[in-house]
Design a protein around this ligand. Structure first.
Ligand SMILES: [Zn+2]
Ligand SMILES: [Zn+2]
Length: 263
């Protein structure tokens, strides 16, 4: 007899055409119960995200040739972004489609005018759409779509592009976290994901995902091939890669602050 858990595993098994929906389901299946049990609140999740983004930016700047290190932190960034989207009840496919589905959100072109050496600016006249673009669904198609939209990012020195991505990804994460708090200067009380369904939070999340995809595309150019979908599939195909369990049972480590309190 197949256990319920096994059935769920089969349903969320990565397949070709695995999109953000499947990624969100997979993260939910592996980590939801674990995160509740560990009492991870929004503050902790945002802290985990910035921690992993910092590791990624460090790797992009200091060790741009170490694919394994960058791959590990890039996949972690995707997983924590997805975790936050899940708890905030955000449909990633929907927000990606809204902002990048049909072209560059600023100049409204596909590809962006930057690819022609022009300024990416809002058009003076409303654009007449000749061919309605079908927005991508699979992670692979999203990666290709964004590569085509901003191909100018990958034509020069790729190490420079990786450094540029590093600063953008850090900036976007800062903006995402900033938008989660009512007022970062005055209020330092706890953030709640119930109250941050504001459009700015979604918009910052989309930018973070787009720049994470840009890192994937840098790796694709630099190494001849790199698919964030294949990397995530490889790492999460059997569940949590750290405790090797279909549903994560990793032990919660004491945070630095908790350690300080003890003494
Ligand atoms: Zn543009
Ligand atoms: Zn685990």
């Amino acid at each position: 007899m197949i256990e319920i858990d096994q059935l769920k595993k089969i349903e969320t098994e990565p397949k070709e055409g695995w999109g953000f929906k499947e990624l969100q389901e997979r993260v939910d299946h592996i980590y939801k119960d674990h995160d509740i049990k560990c009492d991870y609140g929004p503050d902790t999740m945002l802290a985990k995200l910035i921690g992993n983004v910092t590791t990624l930016t460090h790797a992009l700047r200091k060790t741009p040739n170490e694919l394994e290190v960058i791959n590990r932190s890039l996949t972690n960034v995707f997983i924590w972004t997805t975790t936050i989207a899940n708890i905030a009840d955000i449909d990633i496919q929907e927000i990606m489609k809204e902002k990048f589905g049909e072209g560059c959100p600023h100049c409204k072109q596909m590809p962006c005018l930057l690819t022609e050496g022009k300024k990416c600016e809002a058009p003076m006249e409303p654009i007449k759409k000749i061919n309605q673009l079908t927005p991508p669904i699979s992670l692979n198609d999203w990666q290709k779509h964004l590569k085509k939209m901003y191909s100018n990012n990958y034509t020069g020195d790729i190490i420079q592009s990786m450094r540029f991505c590093a600063s953008k990804i850090l900036e976007e994460t800062g903006e995402l976290i900033g938008s989660a708090y009512a007022d970062t200067e005055k209020e330092l009380n706890k953030v709640s994901f119930d109250s941050i369904l504001a459009s700015s939070f979604k918009s910052e999340m989309v930018d973070l995902i787009a720049w994470s995809m840009a890192v994937a595309n840098c790796l694709d150019v630099k190494n001849g091939q790199y698919s964030i979908y294949l990397s995530l599939k490889e790492k999460y195909k059997d569940g949590c890669p750290y405790c090797k369990s279909p549903k994560c049972i990793c032990k919660k480590e004491k945070t630095f602050i908790e350690e300080l309190k003890k003494n």
